[in-house]
Design a protein around this ligand. Sequence first.
Ligand code: ZN
Length: 440
Amino acid sequence: MTKYLSRPPDTPEGATMYEWANDLFPICRSLTGEGVRQTLAYLAEKLPQLKVHEVPSGTQAFDWTVPDEWNIREAWVENEQGQRVIDFADNTLHIVGYSTPVDQVLSLEALQEHLYSIPEMPEAIPYLTSYYRQDWGFCLSQNARDNLRPGKYRVHIDSTLKPGSLTYGEIFIPGDSKSEVFFSTYICHPSMANDQLSGPVVLTALAQWLASIHTKLSYRIVFVPENIGSLVYLSRHLNDLKETVTAGFNIACVGDERNWTMMTSRTGDTLSDRVLKHVLTHEVDQFLEFDYLWPNRGSDERNYCMPGIDLPVSSFHRTKYGEYPEYHTSLDNMDLITPDGLADSLSLLTRVVTILENNHVWKISNLGEPQLGKRGLYPSGGNHRAGHERQLSTMMNLLAYCDGSRDLISVSERIGEYAMNCIPILERLAEENLVTKHQT
Ligand code: ZN
């Protein structure tokens, strides 16, 4: 069902992004702590421009406060025979995120109060956190839980929860203009593939590509712990962002091949909404569109689009969080994402960038219909093949509708053509001085 997008030269291969995700998969990330730092340090090897920022626990971010820093070294449950029946060393999802330290012996009945599983998905280990309520717990498959026999269990969690800092990463790639395109993704989930690693690896690849080309617009990419990280970032940079960001995108769950999905900004009519919808309409057979209503929104766009902040941020996904059975479980693993899924997501974002780079308001500089033949723009007798006919009608329609009142996306939509196909024709018309950039 997926039309493969043609991939611009110099973009990293899907296999490369997949390998990065595979390297990052075992790390235990959380809202704060060493896992986030390790993840950013790994991405910084690919992106020397990546700057890592530390924000102390207790820092206020609007209505929220940066929590204490959580780190974990070991966590396991042992039966009376000394066998580890649950071990964080096997899968980072086994521990409820932000679990407080524990070392005690409990009956199975008492232990059950701290165990979490999904009866309808007996193979899956769920992903749970307890960021703002101090507690501890273990997640395990229902099958493993059913195998626990009555008796005594020793529970050991070697974690620390104390003042430290929240860590986030930021890349700025300057262009000719101060106008910016903003991308955001989150880096706080432990070992999951689509709903964690796909976003950061695709944006790392996009940043590599952006750094390798000359751009008119500037690009800012942030890697933040979800929710609190975007609040912290906004609380520090809101005024600048409001001045410079012309389009923005939250990128998450972009590694599988099942769907194409967009979620609009709160208003639904921003430049980001328009360009993303235009590209999806022309590049893929079908896509799902969600609006900003709760509970569709669930990631950092919740903050980016709130009243008073009002950044033009849309969301792009393949299969959106909350919309697939493996979501927030151990089944969201490296088998769920594919090199092609990642590569197609990257290609789509390069189309979004290309159109934003070219989204000028054009104006015809001639009165009346220009004479194309004398400029070699009119297909000659034997040249009336279907491709030429289409190119001619696109050119004629561009000339008629580039009246200085519509940007590239709007003109393309009015004439029923993909902006990617209009760009080279407009460039050719500009060479002949038949159209000029009215404003940018
Ligand atoms: Zn999630």
